[in-house]
Design a protein around this ligand. Structure first.
Ligand SMILES: CC(C)(COP(=O)(O)OP(=O)(O)OC[C@H]1O[C@@H](n2cnc3c(N)ncnc32)[C@H](O)[C@@H]1OP(=O)(O)O)[C@@H](O)C(=O)NCCC(=O)NCCS
Length: 161
């Protein structure tokens, strides 16, 4: 049920992201919340930068998406989203396990909002460990292309295979 999603399927990917991201509403800093949460332009930029999406599909409907992006000497796991009605049923876990198997580097990094406690727990369950604030700033500026305000309000977790 897991398959690679093509860049031509960007609308399906965005639909899942913008549905799953409703979890952030009222939780992340108000100046970081927008609707839709992610635009096609933003996602296209990430796809051009080498992000590949995998999806969990049931009856031709994509219920969850997760992206993997090799950058320099590391691998980023980005944009992990499960549709609101399907969260907490193991879909995110299956996608994460799939991507961890595909990662070719010994280090894997992921970032999320500091306020998204559930997402931090999700990654910690798979052995990811929160990095220090100083290191987080350095890693986000080196491997991600995100606004400075997002750097301030995010955390980074690391997994060593
Ligand atoms: C985070 C997310 C991708 C996880 O996918 P999921 O299919 O819901 O997660 P799973 O059912 O596989 O849960 C795996 C573990 O994650 C943790 N977890 C998931 N949702 C949780 C929640 N709402 N509260 C607390 N822990 C949670 C738990 O430790 C869970 O393990 P358990 O079932 O043994 O308790 C999904 O919940 C989601 O899209 N959330 C909103 C967007 C988001 O936060 N994305 C991540 C940042 S990029």
């Amino acid at each position: 049920m897991i398959r690679k999603l093509l860049p031509t399927e960007i609308d399906r990917i965005l639909e899942v992201i913008n549905d799953g991201a409703q979890a952030y509403k009222g939780i992340i800093p108000a100046d970081r919340w927008k609707e839709p949460y992610m635009s096609a332009d933003e996602l296209e930029g990430d796809l051009k930068a080498g992000l590949t999406f995998f999806g969990w599909e049931e009856n031709d409907v994509v219920l969850g998406v997760m992206g993997i992006q090799p950058v320099e000497d590391t691998t980023l796991i980005r944009h992990a989203y499960v549709r609101t009605d399907y969260q907490g049923r193991g879909i995110g876990s299956r996608l994460l396990e799939h991507l961890l198997q595909r990662a070719k580097t010994t280090e894997i990094l992921t970032g999320t909002w500091a306020a998204a406690i559930w997402a931090i727990r999700f990654y910690e369950k798979y052995g990811f460990i929160l990095v220090s604030r100083d290191e987080k700033d350095k890693l986000l500026r080196r491997y991600w292309r995100i606004p400075e305000r997002q750097v301030e309000t995010s955390v980074v977790l690391r997994l060593k295979k």
